[in-house]
Design a protein around this ligand. Structure first.
Ligand code: VAH
Length: 314
């Protein structure tokens, strides 16, 4: 069995669907603290899971004896700055509970998402390498940095086959983002279709590394299927994705919705978070270790997002 914990989230929703397509619906247990969303409820098993509750988790691991566990439950950057202690507690306790049960139940593989949020103001801003100065100044960012160290530690000390990716901002149409700084890049598509205009909470020249969800899910499965001996790190693999600013995204949307207009709100707390992150990422280590290759560029992502969202709104 495969557990996907945090199944209702932006990544979790799509991972459940992808994994059920590969292993069969009954093999993939969607787990979340909230009731299953429609996309999950109707096509496979669900368990109520609270990653802060060891007893609840132990009962789920005991019942399903999972061979793989994907831990997506976490509090993201923007929400994390509003509730810093809860963000640290949830992100760290959740990970440590899962790593401990991975040892106890001899889980074959564990996936845990890291983020480009592990980099900070003194990290190289362009083509940020896999290894460099990392001084993240958000709770979410340093919880991901600490989590990467724990993953490396549990692998070295207890042999847990845990694998991780430093995701850029993720853009998809099947599930809403969950309180991150990059959420503008999803909201803009919905607003473009509904209202023909969008007010961005990030400034027009804020470049960030982003990735289409189809690429992110494919990368996750590709990493999980890679031979263990080819992996040079158990911390998060840098994934570069596509770097663009709100202006560049708006210009691409205008090719499909000519009348679309964008405006900029200004003085949003998420601006400082975005400014602390790299503008582009070097993912040559992922390319070398497990043959990573991106498929969606800005034009292809925009077209796919609008095509699918227009169906959702029609
Ligand atoms: C966030 N979407 O904004 C997440 C992600 C790189 C950004 O970690 O917090």
């Amino acid at each position: 069995k495969i557990l996907v914990i945090g199944a209702n989230g932006q990544i979790g929703t799509e991972l459940v669907t992808a994994l059920r397509g590969i292993y069969g619906a009954e093999q993939v247990i969607a787990c979340d603290i909230n009731n299953p969303i429609y996309a999950i409820r109707n096509n496979g098993p669900f368990e109520y899971a609270n990653v802060m509750d060891k007893e609840n988790l132990h009962q789920i691991f005991n019942k399903h004896q999972p061979t793989q566990v994907y831990l997506l439950a976490a509090m993201l950057s923007a929400t994390g700055e509003q509730k810093p202690k809860l963000a640290w507690d949830l992100n760290m306790t959740g990970l440590l509970n899962i790593l401990d049960y991975a040892v106890e139940f001899k889980v074959a593989k564990v996936f845990w998402p890291s983020s480009i949020a592990v980099f900070g103001p003194h990290s190289p801003q362009y083509n940020t390498p896999q290894y460099c100065v990392m001084d993240p100044n958000t709770v979410y960012g340093f919880s991901k940095l600490a989590g990467e160290r724990w993953c490396e530690y549990y692998h070295t000390k207890y042999g847990v086959d845990v694998r991780s990716i430093r995701y850029p901002g993720l853009i998809g149409w099947k599930a809403s983002p969950g309180g991150g700084t990059t959420d503008y890049a999803v909201h803009i598509f919905h607003e473009a279709i509904k209202n023909g205009s969008y007010q961005s909470f990030l400034s027009e020249d804020t470049a960030l590394p982003m990735m289409y969800m189809d690429d992110a899910i494919r990368a996750t499965l590709q990493l999980m299927e890679a031979p263990a001996h080819k992996l040079s790190t158990r911390a998060g693999y840098n994934l570069g994705g596509i770097s663009f600013t709100p202006t560049m995204l708006a210009q691409e949307i205008k090719k499909h919705i000519p009348g679309f207009t964008i405006s900029y709100a200004g003085n949003d707390p998420r601006q400082a978070i975005a400014d602390s992150w790299p503008k582009s990422i070097d993912d040559s280590v992922a390319q070398a270790d497990w043959d990573w290759k991106i498929e969606f560029d800005l034009a292809k992502m925009t077209e796919d997002m609008l095509t699918n969202l227009k169906k959702v709104y029609s």
